[in-house]
Design a protein around this ligand. Structure first.
Ligand code: GLY
Ligand code: MN
Ligand code: MN
Length: 461
């Protein structure tokens, strides 16, 4: 189990925040959501903004920040809690652990709340508490929304958190490396199962490695022979010879830091010729993007590079027809690669998407309606210490391929008879976590093989 982020790193973050915002700041951790009744709750996950500044996942706690100094608001556990949960540290102990300068019970919050900036907590119950205390409505922000925070103090805080969290500091990088290592170990364990009988059995092996390292899942694992369902969240199928198994699973460290990794492999241990052709195309796109990833490079250009690589490969194997450049301009590749090539990664798997596109899109930029760009989650120049995923894919999604309008639009671009010959490829994605360095990038998940030869050797082991 990794150590928590050290106190000097947390204190540095608080001082950096104070340089970016003049107002007091209040950040709620949130509380566990009940599963039908209060004594049985879903696993608790603290707000990521809270975790960034507190370092540990406290429940029902609020951070007050002013001039870089931290005040902790939290109640001591009620006396009967010891019966069910064992002894817990006092508020004073917790305050010392996270280097809070002062600490008060939650009842002291109203005297602190005036003029404070905040960010909407992830759960409704906590947002209602925020609204009651601050006298303004705090709503969840959705994809594409940049301006839902109506209060200028909250907007300034959101911008400050984006500025801090975009570039990972040393404490964060150590946590992210740990998440990446555990995730690599888990995928290797899944790949080395002697007989992968079912999606559920592979998922069990992968998630057991997370648990054994005190990690949880950073998002709902995808373990599926139906790789064309992009966020498949059930595990009901057997794994049969001839299937490709797509596994997108990432660990989250006990302090909330995520990995996000996908590998696709043949259940039989050997790719068919058609599976191998398309796998190599996706891998070429993955490798080309990573080779280009460096400070100053526009992430949108990496996405377009992946689109070009995939399109050229599909023209070469005869699935697409025409000039690759023109096909990408017409967004023909989106029939097979409909999503963006990656996103920010950090405390959240799609980092800071609770703030809409404020983190993902550079100031003045907005989501574009164009088919080939609408699902792009990151449109910024890369900076040192940004962590991004690179995750190109190829999918045969019936809802796209059978859509009458898309078939009309792209009828001259696709050799449908040739495509039928690739029926044993439903979905392929290859995803790695890439840390931008001063001069280029480092793949945090590079210990997990990607090439056909390495993967088949692992599967035969
Ligand atoms: N695991 C979700 C994603 O790759 O974005
Ligand atoms: Mn991802
Ligand atoms: Mn993923």
């Amino acid at each position: 189990m990794p150590n928590p982020i050290d106190r000097s790193c947390l204190q540095q973050r608080r001082h950096q925040l104070a340089e970016l915002i003049d107002d007091r700041v209040l950040l709620w951790s949130g509380s566990a959501v009940p599963r039908n009744f209060a004594a049985n709750s879903f696993p608790f996950r603290a707000s990521s903004h809270f975790l960034y500044l507190a370092g540990i996942p406290l429940q029902n706690a609020v951070l007050g920040l002013e001039s870089g100094q931290l005040t902790l608001f939290m109640d001591d556990p009620p006396p009967e809690a010891i019966l069910w949960h064992g002894p817990s540290p006092s508020r004073g102990d917790v305050a010392a652990l996270i280097a809070a300068v002062t600490h008060y019970p939650l009842s002291a919050l109203p005297s602190w709340a005036e003029d404070a900036a905040t960010l909407p907590a992830p759960t409704l119950a906590t947002r209602q508490e925020q609204t009651a205390l601050l006298g303004r409505t705090l709503t969840e922000m959705g994809q594409g929304e940049q301006g839902v925070l109506v209060d200028p103090r909250d907007r300034q805080l959101a911008q400050a958190m984006v500025t801090l969290r975009l570039q990972q500091d040393q404490g964060a990088i150590e946590q992210l490396q740990e998440a990446a290592q555990v995730t690599v170990a888990a995928h290797l364990a899944g790949m080395q199962m002697s007989q992968p009988q079912s999606e559920a059995a592979v998922r069990a092996v992968i998630e057991s490695v997370f648990s054994a390292h005190q990690c949880s899942t950073a998002y709902t694992s995808i373990v599926t022979v139906q790789g064309e369902i992009l966020h498949h969240d059930r595990y009901t199928h057997s794994c049969c010879p001839g299937d490709l198994l797509l596994v997108d699973a990432g660990a989250e460290t006990p302090y909330g830091w995520a990995a996000d990794v996908t590998r696709t492999w043949p259940v039989s241990g050997q790719f068919s010729a058609t599976q191998r052709h398309l796998y190599e195309i996706v891998l070429a796109a993955h490798d080309a993007c990573i080779a280009e990833a460096a400070p100053g490079v526009e992430f949108r250009n990496l996405h377009l590079l992946a689109a070009h690589q995939i399109t050229s490969g599909l023209v070469e194997v005869g699935i697409l027809k025409g000039d690759p450049e023109e096909l990408v301009e017409r967004d023909a590749h989106t029939l097979f690669f409909p999503h963006g090539v990656g996103h920010l990664l950090g405390l959240d798997v799609h980092d800071m998407e609770d703030l809409g596109d404020l983190a993902g899109y550079a100031p003045g930029r907005q989501r574009c309606d164009r088919r080939g760009l609408r699902y792009l989650r990151l449109d910024r120049p890369l900076q040192p210490h940004m962590l991004v995923t690179i995750e190109p894919g190829f999918y045969q999604i019936p809802a796209l391929l059978n859509d009458p309008e898309l078939r009309r639009t792209y009828q001259d671009c696709v050799n449908w008879d040739r495509l039928v010959q690739f029926a044993d490829v439903r979905g392929i994605r290859i995803e790695d976590d890439v840390l931008i360095t001063e001069t280029g990038c480092q793949i945090l998940t590079s210990a997990l093989p990607t090439t056909v030869d390495e993967i088949t050797a692992l599967l035969q082991d």
